[in-house]
Design a protein around this ligand. Structure first.
Ligand SMILES: [Zn+2]
Length: 217
């Protein structure tokens, strides 16, 4: 019997996010939504983010453009453009703890995730950096992701699942997935697995060196 923490990335989306919120409510499950800054700038983006928090879920920063992993982003101002710009928008709808999830590029872990400058920013501003230990690939396989997520949950005591609330088709299976998690005796939790957190409330953890590009001394 395992614990399952749910996260939804790359929203909010006017069609998919409300559906995900309805399904979560039906299962009395809560989640952490890692939103994109540029989606908050779309019409109703901030309203959707407010609906997420009104429903009792948490909001995190998943960068502004979501195009280049921070560890390989060579723009000198990438921290301001990606993290700060999103933080400014999030601050209008969220005053809880600061969570950041780097863009992995297909869910990959490694030194491409953060630059030295972005890691410094997250530490200085008291962020918790949230990685993952289950990326079932909902965006690649609209039905097969459910079985892969369940496999991850069966083999781990505490699973942090990355799903996405911007494609309608895969999220049509969310209800079945959540039902199956409960039917197999697992339970949902807000707690994040410590092994997925290279920075906690601004404090660097041992795993941080594995996600920073370049020399870390
Ligand atoms: Zn993403």
């Amino acid at each position: 019997m395992g614990r399952v923490c749910l996260t939804f990335d790359n929203g909010p989306d006017p069609t998919v996010t409300p559906h995900v919120l309805d399904v979560l409510e039906r299962h009395r499950a809560s989640a952490l939504f890692f939103v994109l800054g540029h989606k908050l700038d779309e019409p109703h983006g901030l309203d959707l983010a407010r609906r997420i928090t009104d429903a009792g879920h948490r909001l995190g920063n998943h960068s502004y453009s979501h195009e280049i992993p921070l560890g390989v982003d060579e723009r000198p101002d990438h921290v301001a453009l990606e993290i700060e710009r999103t933080e400014e928008r999030l601050a209008r709808v969220w005053d809880g703890p600061k969570w950041f999830r780097p863009f992995g590029g297909g869910g990959k872990l490694g030194p491409h995730l953060l630059s030295e400058a972005s890691a410094e920013y997250l530490k200085t501003h008291g962020y918790t950096c949230v990685l993952w230990n289950s990326v079932p690939g909902d965006w690649l396989d609209a039905t097969g992701w459910v079985a892969r997520a369940l496999e991850d949950i069966e083999r781990q005591e505490h699973t942090l699942v990355v799903l996405h609330d911007y494609l309608p088709e895969p999220m049509e299976r969310l209800d079945d997935f959540l039902s199956e998690v409960v039917a197999r005796g697992h339970r949902f939790t807000d707690a994040l697995p410590p092994s997925c957190l290279p920075i906690v409330d601004g404090q660097p953890q041992a795993s941080l060196r594995d996600c920073i590009a370049g020399d870390t001394e």
